[in-house]
Write a protein that binds this ligand. Structure first.
Ligand SMILES: [Zn+2]
Length: 553
């Protein structure tokens, strides 16, 4: 615990809320209460003993270190300095099944079941069901929930009969598995909607739809209102289960989050200007199946009021929803988190690592602005390129545990491509382009050999190796030199591979490419990693929120 906490940077987020109306302040209180409850579901999704552990800590105020670790990790398992996942309370070790599949479920077991029962694939791998063992107690629990909350049966026609018929595994919709909590959250969202109904009608309509979505496990209504609505107030919020990063078994189960945000009006307006070039970026990507990309992407810069569940931490930006059919029909909303992206303490730590890894005359190539634009175009990059396979499958379904990794790598490489195009069009100076490229290099350097279940770190290592192979980076006396002139071609050739893998949708080929490009050499990667580790003052972040001052943090 001491080793981790000594390397933990404490960030306190206290955005200016003085512009909020009294109604918005009231809505903030409701949404914070909703967030606390979604945070609790998130704990439960990741570890079967997380709630008892949280309750134990609540009754033991002397366990301050454990409480800090629990807050950071949202559960009793911490990431260590060696990048392993270890319990710091007396609980079971973490498994890939987390608490979303029956204890002891491995991919081999589930693959065998799905091979024998292909008709169960859709419900078992559904993004918003928990998989329970199909025993009498579990079936009764699900059916009793339907008795207690009849609306759930209305919103899931035929669910009772399906549950009764399921053998071996029950696929229990989140609204049934977490019914009590989600009813509480829905009530808070409806109350927040009342608070802003007159001043920000579109935001209120979104909140009401999202309340219903949570009980239906179908987010289309709320997503449509969220993405295309013109919110006229100061608030925005990501609410619900979206991201699949925590599902290490299949990468399909979504985990709950709530992110409450206040808009930065000036920066948001500036960004909308840059979007005129998005079709030009799409058309320049190295593949043959270009599509029409909308240029009215709802993108905004926000400051975080508070984050809960999967959204907590130092996430720099969000783009949602992920499902291809929703993105095609409504687009995707992009939320840039200004008070993380431009945070001085975070930048200082990033720069220390970069300066340790590269040759001295390139040590100051990084700027906070470079990181901001690279991240912005990473998010826009999710709008571009392949979004379904050649035979029409969702990328998540086709590539499964490698889907996130390829999607993120695509977005990184589209970002670097768009920087080149914006520079060619005179919208970025040479210095700005260099800073964006430097940020692209910083992003891929790792302090530890990634675990295969870490999609971001894994795809970053793949880029690192590709850039070395293509001469965009070279290894000189224990440091890296960036060859900025070779960088665009290296980006393009890797992006061509990534787009082809996504388009073909062949999971085995995707995994083979990952294996081929994730080598970790003691005489190269480990040397750089060690230099970066030695320059490091902090590895982890413990983020606290002024808005939650009356709670444990
Ligand atoms: Zn991304």
């Amino acid at each position: 615990m001491d080793a981790v906490l000594q390397r933990t940077q404490r960030l306190r987020l206290a955005p200016d809320l003085s512009a909020l109306t009294p109604g918005e302040h009231a809505a903030v209180r409701e949404l914070l209460a909703a967030g606390e409850r979604l945070n609790r579901i998130y704990m439960q999704q990741r570890h079967a003993q997380a709630i008892p552990a949280a309750d134990y800590l609540a009754h033991h105020p002397e366990l301050a270190k454990q409480r800090d670790l629990f807050w950071m990790n949202i559960g009793p398992i911490a990431t260590t300095l060696d990048n392993t996942r270890e319990p710091f309370l007396t609980v079971e070790a973490e498994t890939p099944a987390k608490n979303m599949y029956p204890p002891g479920t491995t991919q081999a077991i589930m693959d065998a079941f799905l091979a024998a029962h292909p008709e169960r694939r859709a419900d078992i791998l559904d993004d918003r069901t928990v998989v329970w063992a199909a025993n009498a107690a579990n079936l009764q629990r699900a059916l009793r929930t339907l008795d207690r909350y009849p609306a759930l049966e209305t919103l899931h026609p035929g669910l009772r009969a399906r549950l009764r018929a399921q053998q071996t595994y029950l696929s229990v919709p989140y609204s049934v598995a977490y019914a009590e909590d989600l009813y509480f959250v829905a009530a808070r969202l409806n109350a927040a909607a009342d608070d802003v109904a007159t001043a920000d009608a579109a935001f209120a309509r979104y909140l009401r739809l999202r309340a219903r979505d949570l009980l239906a496990d179908d987010y289309e209504g709320g997503d449509a209102a969220w993405i295309t609505g013109r919110f006229t107030g100061h608030l925005n919020a990501q609410i619900g289960a979206y991201e699949t990063y925590d599902d290490s078994l299949y990468g399909v189960k979504t985990f709950f989050a709530l992110s409450l945000l206040v808009r930065d009006q000036a920066r948001s307006s500036e960004l909308n200007g840059a979007l005129e070039d998005i079709q030009r970026v799409e058309d320049a990507l190295p593949y043959d199946h270009h599509r029409r990309v909308r240029s009215d992407i709802p993108v905004g810069v926000y400051n975080i009021i508070a984050d809960f569940g999967q959204a907590r931490g130092t996430n720099t930006a969000t783009i949602l929803p992920n499902e291809a059919y929703l993105a095609q029909q409504y687009g995707r909303t992009i939320l840039m988190r200004g008070n993380i992206l431009l945070n001085d303490e975070i930048f200082a730590e990033t720069e220390r690592a970069f300066a340790a890894a590269v040759v001295d005359d390139q040590a100051h190539d990084l700027t906070p602005e470079g990181g901001f634009y690279r991240t912005l175009w990473h998010e826009i990059g999710h709008y571009c390129g392949v979004n379904v396979t050649s035979d029409g499958r969702d990328l998540d379904a086709a590539l499964q545990d490698s889907a996130d990794l390829y999607e993120e790598m695509k977005a990184d490489l589209v970002s670097l491509t768009s920087a080149r195009i914006l520079h060619d069009r005179g919208r970025l100076t040479d210095a700005q382009l260099r800073a964006i490229y430097a940020s692209g290099v910083r992003r891929v350097l790792q302090k530890n050999q990634p675990r295969r279940d870490q999609p971001y770190q894994t795809m970053q290592l793949m880029q690192w190796n590709w850039f070395l192979d293509k001469g965009a980076l070279s290894f000189e006396n224990g440091r890296l030199r960036i060859h900025y002139d070779r960088y665009p071609a290296a980006v393009e050739s890797l992006l061509r591979e990534v787009l082809a893998i996504q388009y073909n949708g062949d999971r085995n080929a995707a995994n083979a490419f990952v294996t081929r490009w994730t080598q970790w050499r003691p005489d190269v990667h480990e040397v750089i990693a060690q230099r970066m580790r030695q320059a490091e003052r902090t590895r982890f972040s413990l983020v606290t929120y002024a808005a939650l001052d009356d709670t444990a943090h």
